[in-house]
Ligand binder design. Structure first.
Ligand SMILES: [Zn+2]
Length: 674
């Protein structure tokens, strides 16, 4: 590009001497402009800076709001133990402090009498949902780890109760009861009352396939089950109804499929939403009217984080309506970008392009990635690595070879993107107390927090020098590994958002979409790479429906790494990536494209808002606490009604009976047309 301009310029100047002085003057001016442009490219003057559409609250204010929320939400759901309703705390999970460690406090039999008194006292406090669990049962424990965070994140008003302590008197206290138990004989004393309650208008959900017992079979009449057999294999999901965002776009297959459902036949009056793709397909999610009430059966037994959205969607079929806050954002992070030329095996680049790794990135890879962004209006967030060194102590020397950084960095910024930090080098921020379990032979731990700080300071300063307008707010941990000490350190820098991973792998730093107590915003990445396998497809589908979010990690070095598909060649990898993007924007054209910081702001809005719902006269009124200018919700209507208008906001239908609601005021009214 520069060479070409240089040549043209010289030719024009040569010609100019033969024309006249006016022409020389004009060309002189052009020359000066030209040089300014060239210098500007080198010196990082940005021509267009896309203003962030969402901005972050100041760190201290955010930390304060989050702390206050956690104190308030301490009683967001309760379990009843020893005769008392005990606050169990919010299920909001600060990084890695997941519900696995959170004890679900049981309600004991002995406590039942006292419990009843408590309930009597709380007659006026009508709750939305009761989750009935079974202590010490592996299936129920998995279900709790899934449903409790899901309900908390949907900001549902719910209680948790053990099957042993579940008394008939408790039933009318709730609109919805979700049974997350394996052994239904535990409910021998309540099943008859549950059935009556459903027929009178209650809404009951079976949260996962239980053990078939005489007690469970007594529910078949209202569940619409004619006959049941053994557990059965589910190889994929087929959506009979277009009720989830992206559901009917294709069939979704399950990696490492296993027997996770009950083989059964159901009555014709069941509305099947999802069934298995297998030849003799099994109904996986269905809804049925039973008297005045409704039942939902979730017969899909994979209760992992990647499938949360499926179970959230099943739950949302309970009752007449369901509304919950969502993030509404799609962000794409680019690993090690800009960085020095990555090392690695360039044989597939040589095979397909016959060029150096460096030329491949500037002439092929970036063009493709850039075009893809333009096609879908994506704003990438690139994560800087200053130097591929092994250094973890001493003075961190400034990398003076900056042309590549400037070239890619400025292109990224000019296309509306953002620059964040990955590290001085690719050594994860862990100390010598961290065990790599022999998985990363090349990685060296840092001797001290001070050394980590020095390296971080260097890369922040280096990046700031190159891109003066960038605030450097986003951090992605190298190899997704981050220690508590490293995480604490980040809060002492300009970093406001940590984007690690949503789905756990061995030693990866797992996160939820949330604000931490110290004001750091967690924006985990859900999917990655150019080989989008079935697991990632389902995770992406799931998160569109739970949080209306998509976060993807682009690895420039996929083409250098056989494990990430290098052998396929860039053309094929790129095609995969294109079809993933095409799928995303086909199924969710309304999703907001964002940089990492904007997504952090969207997570902030989503996480802080508290939702009070009230329904009367075909109107659903939402009162939003901690409202900060804008919030988004997914709203499901279950009985064929239509959403007529939204006062204080707007809406779009994103699937059949599912609306994306934009709330622009702290009080929003949804008018429903029957
Ligand atoms: Zn990296």
């Amino acid at each position: 590009m520069k060479k070409l301009f240089g040549r043209k310029k010289k030719e024009k100047l040569k010609n100019a001497t033969h024309i006249n002085m006016g022409g020389v003057y004009v060309l002189g001016v052009m020359y000066v402009i030209f040089m300014v442009v060239l210098i500007a490219v080198q010196a990082n003057v940005r021509y267009t800076i896309r203003a962030d559409r969402l901005t972050l609250l100041p760190r201290e204010e955010l930390a304060k709001l989050k702390t206050e929320q956690l104190e308030r939400m301490g009683s967001s759901f309760q379990t009843i133990q020893n005769g008392q309703s005990e606050a169990d705390g919010t299920a909001s999970q600060t990084e890695q402090d997941t519900l696995q460690e959170q004890e679900i406090q049981p309600v004991t039999d002995e406590a039942a009498t006292q419990t009843e008194q408590d309930i009597q006292q709380k007659q006026d406090v009508h709750k939305d949902t009761l989750l009935v669990i079974e202590e010490g049962d592996a299936g129920s424990e998995k279900a709790q780890k899934l449903y409790i965070p899901v309900f908390s994140q949907m900001k549902i008003d719910f209680d948790v109760c053990t099957a042993e302590a579940f008394e008939p008197e408790m039933i009318p206290e709730y609109d919805k009861i979700v049974l997350a138990i394996t052994h239904y004989p535990l409910l021998a004393d309540t099943i008859a009352d549950l059935k009556v309650w459903v027929k009178q208008g209650g809404s009951l959900m079976i949260a996962y396939p239980p053990e078939v017992s005489g007690s469970y079979q007594t529910l078949y009449e209202i569940l619409g089950i004619k006959d049941s057999g053994d557990t059965t294999l589910v190889e994929g999901l087929h959506f009979d109804k277009n009720f989830m965002i992206g559901g009917t776009a294709k069939d979704y297959y399950i990696i490492d499929a296993y027997d996770c459902s009950l083989g059964l036949s159901i009555t014709d009056d069941c509305e099947v939403y999802i069934r298995s793709t297998d030849e003799y397909s099994v109904p996986l999610v269905w809804r049925r009217k039973a008297g005045e009430g409704t039942i939902v059966v979730d017969n899909f037994g994979i209760l992992e984080k990647a499938y949360r959205g499926i179970h959230c969607a099943a739950y949302s079929l309970m009752g007449d309506y369901c509304i919950y806050p969502v993030i509404n954002g799609a962000a794409f992070y680019i690993d090690d970008f800009p960085s020095p030329v990555p090392g690695g095996d360039g044989q597939y680049i040589t095979r397909d392009y016959n060029m150096s790794i460096s030329d491949f990135y500037s002439q092929v890879w970036w063009n493709d990635i850039y075009e893809l962004a333009k096609k879908h209006n994506i704003y990438y967030t690139g994560l800087v690595i200053e130097d591929y060194s092994n250094q973890v102590s001493g003075e961190f020397v400034r990398n003076r070879e900056v042309r590549r950084f400037q070239y890619f960095g400025n292109m990224l910024l000019r296309s509306g993107g953002e620059i964040g930090i990955h590290g001085y080098n690719h050594m994860p921020l862990v100390l010598e107390n961290f065990d790599y379990k022999d998985q990363y032979d090349a990685y060296i731990q840092w001797p001290s927090v001070e050394d980590m700080r020095n390296a971080l300071d260097e890369v922040l300063d280096f990046t700031h020098d190159l891109f003066k307008d960038e605030e450097l707010l986003v951090y992605v941990p190298p190899s997704n590994v981050l220690s508590r000490e490293g995480r604490e350190l980040l809060n002492e820098t300009s970093i406001r958002s940590v984007a690690a991973v949503y789905l756990s792998t061995d030693m990866a730093f797992e996160q939820e979409f949330e604000v931490s107590e110290d004001g750091m915003i967690n924006c985990p990445r859900i999917t990655s790479g150019c080989v989008i396998d079935e697991y990632m497809e389902l995770a992406a589908l799931s998160e569109l429906n739970l949080h209306f979010v998509n976060t993807h990690f682009v690895h420039p070095d996929d083409v250098l790494d056989e494990d990430r598909g290098a052998r396929l060649g860039w053309a094929k990898l790129y095609k995969n990536l294109c079809s993933y993007y095409d799928w995303l924007y086909k199924v969710s054209p309304k999703i907001r494209n964002m940089t990492g910081t904007e997504l952090a702001a969207a997570v902030e809005h989503y996480d802080l808002v508290e939702v009070n719902r009230s329904f009367a006269d075909d109107k659903l009124t939402l009162k939003l606490d901690n409202f900060n200018g804008e919030n988004w919700m997914l709203f499901r209507v279950n009985n064929g009604e239509k959403l007529l208008r939204v006062r204080g906001g707007g809406f779009d239908e994103v699937a059949d009976g599912l609306y994306l609601i934009r709330c622009l005021k702290d009080e929003v009214e949804l008018e429903i047309y029957k």
